[in-house]
Design a protein around this ligand. Structure first.
Ligand SMILES: Cc1ncc(COP(=O)(O)O)c(C=O)c1O
Length: 296
């Protein structure tokens, strides 16, 4: 498999919203890098794919849920670049728009049930899958780990290269949704403390994100709860915020990650916790394919 020399370019755009109170905001549109391989996923995969290629693997085996943005991007990449993909899915077989795409992209699926999926962190979890698919390299949930984080460092260069389009000489920090915290860790590694990376947690505290991130990077970031009562929990305030934002500036958001992250920024600004004049880059981490399963 490989080599993978596709390095998509993410546009950086001003984000003029009426609640910024003097904070300056731009959005890095990872949702616009490609119609299928969208968001932070390709960046988290690049180093995993390079490792698989070096190991002489024929493809990748990974895990996720029935709406997984990670599996969706992985399956699309496998189809486009011609490598095998296998997905281990949470729960019992169901048809979602995402699952239909995974099948159409040629990903081979196994449904693990809920208990089977919960065992994914156990030391013996991968052994039977390695035996069944010795030609594939395993990639952790969400494309995580140090390889996933390293692949995101290039986003810092992409932002720096576009600051002049905004008339910005510099910026003060990043704002983005955190699920596993891998993308946030990658940005914090690349910034090396020069700018702060704010991670708006899409999952509750007990998901171990703080431990994940601290295993990858020391300092330079802040984690805030943005989960609004639980992963994938949607409330009317959030729904209204997503609609209003799209109407105000055309930015499409979804309710699991990007909508919650931007709403958390609004709340921090309203609470006076971000000083006027602060320049922030909000990362649109994609996930719009997942909206189909929730609006249907
Ligand atoms: C749309 C979207 N945004 C953000 C994230 C969080 O990224 P990370 O797991 O690197 O924190 C994910 C997946 O986990 C996602 O699908």
């Amino acid at each position: 498999m490989g080599p993978f020399d596709w390095l998509p370019h993410a546009p950086l755009e001003p984000l003029p919203l009426d609640w910024l109170k003097g904070v300056e905001l731009a959005v890095l549109r990872l949702d616009r890098i490609d119609p299928l391989i969208s968001g932070n996923k390709w960046f988290k995969l690049t180093e995993h794919l390079a490792l698989a290629q070096q190991a002489g693997a024929a493809g990748i085996i990974s895990l996720g849920g029935a709406h997984s943005n990670h599996l969706h991007a992985l399956a699309a990449a496998g189809k486009r670049f011609g490598f095998q993909t296998v997905g281990l899915l949470r729960g019992h077989q169901q048809d979602t728009p995402t699952v239909e795409d995974l099948n159409a992209f040629g990903m081979h699926l196994h449904w693990l049930g809920y208990g089977g999926y919960r065992a994914r962190h156990a030391p013996e979890f991968w052994a039977p899958w390695r035996e069944l698919y010795p030609q594939l390299n395993p990639v952790p949930e969400g494309g995580g780990g140090m390889a996933g984080a390293r692949g995101c460092a290039v986003l810092v260069e992409q932002v720096r290269g576009q600051l002049s389009n905004l008339g910005w000489a510099d910026y003060d920090g990043w704002w983005l949704a955190a699920g596993t915290g891998t993308t946030l860790a990658g940005l914090a590694l690349a910034e090396a403390g020069a700018r702060v990376v704010y991670g708006a947690l899409a999952v509750p505290d007990d998901h171990g994100v703080a431990q994940n991130v601290s295993a990858l990077v020391h300092g330079g970031y802040v984690l805030l709860d943005a989960s609004r009562g639980g992963f994938a929990k949607v409330d009317p305030v959030l729904r209204d915020f997503i609609d209003t934002t799209e109407q105000a500036c055309g930015l499409p958001l979804e309710s699991l990650y990007t909508g919650k992250a931007l709403l958390a920024l609004k709340q921090q600004i309203e609470a006076g916790r971000i000083a006027p004049g602060t320049r922030l880059v909000f990362v649109h981490t994609g996930g719009l394919q997942g909206r189909r399963g929730f609006t249907a």
